[in-house]
Structure formats: structure tokens, C-alpha cells
Design a protein around this ligand. Structure first.
Ligand code: AKG
Ligand code: FE2
Length: 316
């Protein structure tokens, strides 16, 4: 954002007015001397003002956009936290699927569905993929379904590029783990929203993300904009995020923010943490800019519309 332009210093022409406002020496000489009590009060007042100003500055720096509540702290291990929010009307414009299209909306976080060990193993899959490319800017994606990988300012298709040799990069165990994780997340969503697990289909894009503090080079690198997944991606009905690194251990900034009037809610990423929510504008969100380090995550998306379903990645 462009910095606010400050007004130029007032011209010398003003100095006459300043001169006129200046009290006469005589008057000042006649002013009563400050008592020690008054001096003390003035010092205390000044100190309190400074403390207040420092606090306001600190709180505005720490929260970027006035975030006031943390839904999931990085240090806590949540067995499951769910917050219901009223559904938006975004689903009305799409085909409705009884028993799947959100009627109950909300957001949840759990740290017990995916272990930290599984998160570590799945992150290794992401690192292998990203080692073959990566964006010049701050955000890279790797989509094991389509084969898309960010490289420089563009994307390549790994499966087309490597052909059968892709089996030297990813193993069957990698794909098996990916499928297991997807299945567990799908079950979690179905349970939380009271829908049948078989009414949900994986949809695209489902992808790994890697974010760092490099300056954005293309619009794809600008991951921090507020958005609604249903609007951005169309087919999404339920979004989930599996975090693969730890806020403040592996990176700074990069918290997930549900944007709400008055009180935004943050989710602090933690390896193995699954955050999930209905994809309509009841869950407008953004990711804070990463200030240092590298943040890994997977966006796993589900739809109620079988026409928009995609397959799990597998060697064909
Ligand atoms: O990585 C995140 O925390 C959120 C990513 C996101 O909003 C998205 O992929 O649509
Ligand atoms: Fe999103």
C-alpha cells in the first residue's frame, strides 16, 4: 500500500504568525514557578502517555489488522474446537446436494487427527517436489493431482516433464500417506458438520503451499489477500488446511485469519494442525505475510458435486 503522503513543512511565511503567538519575555518572567508537586504530576502524566503510546504501537504492529482473538494458539494441542457461524447465501447460487451442501456452517481446528510425525513425513514429500522448482516470489504451489509445480514466474507439469521417471521422485508410500491423510481429514469434516463421509468429494485445486518472505513477482505470489474460497475456487464447499510447520519456530507472520467485523480470529499454524471450515463468505479469510522462515501447508478441498470431484494421486 502506498504510504500516506505527509504535508510539506509550513513555509517561512508562517513564521510571522508564530512570532505573533510567542508570549512576551515579560509575561513569561511573570509566570508563577512550577511547584515540585506539579512537576511530579507532569512527569507521571508524560510517562503514562508514553507507555500508552508504546502499547498502542506494539499492539498494532503485532496484529497487523487489529486481530483480537486467537482461535488456536501454536502451543496448545486441541482435541477439537468447533465454532458454528451462520451460513452465507453463497451456496444458493449452486446446485444443492441434500445431506452435503452446508446447512450448518462454521470452522473447526484439531491437533489430534494427524500426528506430528505424519506431518513431518508429508512435509518431506512437499520438500522433494519443491526442490525441483519453486516460485521466484514468495509463494510456491505443488499440486500432486494435476502435476502443477511453480517454477520461476510460471508453472510446469511434473508428470508431463518427468514421465515415468516421476517414480524416482515420489514413491507409492508417499501417495499412500497422502491418501490416508486426505481420508482422515474428510472424516473429520463429515463428523463436524453432521454429513455422510461418502457425500464429500475431493476437488481441485488441492495443493501444497510453500510461503516465504521473498518479494512477490506475479499475482500468484500474493497469497495474503482476503478471499472467500467458494468465490475464488467455485467448486469448494468445505476447505481444510493441514499445517506442516510451526508458527514462530519455522516462520514468523503467516498466521491464518478469519476476518470478522470487530474481532478477527487467528489460527496459528502448528505441524499436524488441521483447520477446516465451510467455504462460503461466512468464512472470509486471509494469510498474514510471512516475515521470516518458510511456511508449509496443504489446502485440501471438498465439494458436494460429484461432477467436480478429482482422484487421489497415483502412479498410472
Ligand atoms: O495456507 C493457509 O493458511 C490458507 C490458504 C488459503 O486460504 C487457500 O489456499 O485458499
Ligand atoms: Fe483460502
Amino acid at each position: 500500500m502506498a504510504p500516506q503522503r505527509r504535508s510539506a513543512p509550513r513555509a517561512a511565511a508562517d513564521s510571522g504568525a508564530a512570532e505573533r503567538r510567542r508570549p512576551s519575555r515579560n509575561k513569561k518572567d511573570r509566570a508563577p514557578q512550577e511547584t515540585p508537586r506539579e512537576m511530579w504530576l507532569r512527569t507521571v502524566g508524560l510517562g503514562a502517555g508514553l507507555v500508552l503510546a508504546a502499547f498502542l504501537l506494539w499492539s498494532s504492529l503485532g496484529t497487523e489488522d487489529g486481530v483480537t482473538e486467537v482461535l488456536a494458539h501454536r502451543g496448545e494441542v486441541l482435541a477439537g474446537r468447533f465454532i458454528e457461524v451462520p451460513c452465507s447465501e453463497d451456496y444458493d447460487g449452486h446446485r444443492m446436494f441434500e445431506g452435503c451442501t452446508p446447512r450448518k456452517c462454521g470452522r473447526g481446528v484439531t491437533d489430534i487427527v494427524i500426528t506430528r510425525e505424519e506431518a513431518q513425513r508429508i512435509r518431506s514429500i512437499a520438500e522433494k517436489g519443491f526442490s525441483l522448482g519453486g516460485s521466484d516470489g514468495g509463494a510456491s504451489i505443488l499440486d500432486l493431482h494435476s502435476g502443477a509445480l511453480s517454477v520461476g514466474k510460471h508453472f510446469v507439469n511434473l508428470y508431463r516433464y518427468f514421465g515415468d521417471k516421476i517414480q524416482n521422485i515420489f514413491s507409492e508410500e508417499d501417495f499412500q500417506l497422502y491418501r490416508d491423510v486426505r481420508q482422515k481429514v474428510q472424516l473429520t469434516i463429515a463428523k463436524a458438520f453432521g454429513i455422510s463421509v461418502s457425500s464429500l468429494y475431493l476437488t481441485k485445486p488441492t495443493f501444497f503451499s510453500r510461503m516465504n518472505s521473498s518479494e512477490a513477482r506475479t499475482a500468484h505470489d500474493e497469497y495474503w489477500h482476503a478471499h472467500v474460497d467458494k468465490v475464488t475456487y467455485g467448486s469448494f464447499d468445505y476447505t481444510s488446511l493441514l499445517y506442516l510447520s510451526d508458527y514462530l519456530e519455522d516462520f514468523g507472520g503467516g498466521r491464518f485469519v478469519f476476518m470478522e467485523e470487530g474481532a478477527n480470529k487467528t489460527v496459528e499454524p502448528r505441524a499436524g494442525r488441521v483447520s477446516f471450515f465451510t467455504s462460503g463468505s461466512e468464512n472470509l479469510h486471509r494469510v498474514e505475510k510471512v516475515h521470516w522462515g518458510t511456511r508449509y501447508a496443504i489446502t485440501i478441498a471438498f465439494t458436494c458435486n460429484p461432477d467436480h470431484s478429482i482422484e487421489d494421486p497415483a502412479f498410472t
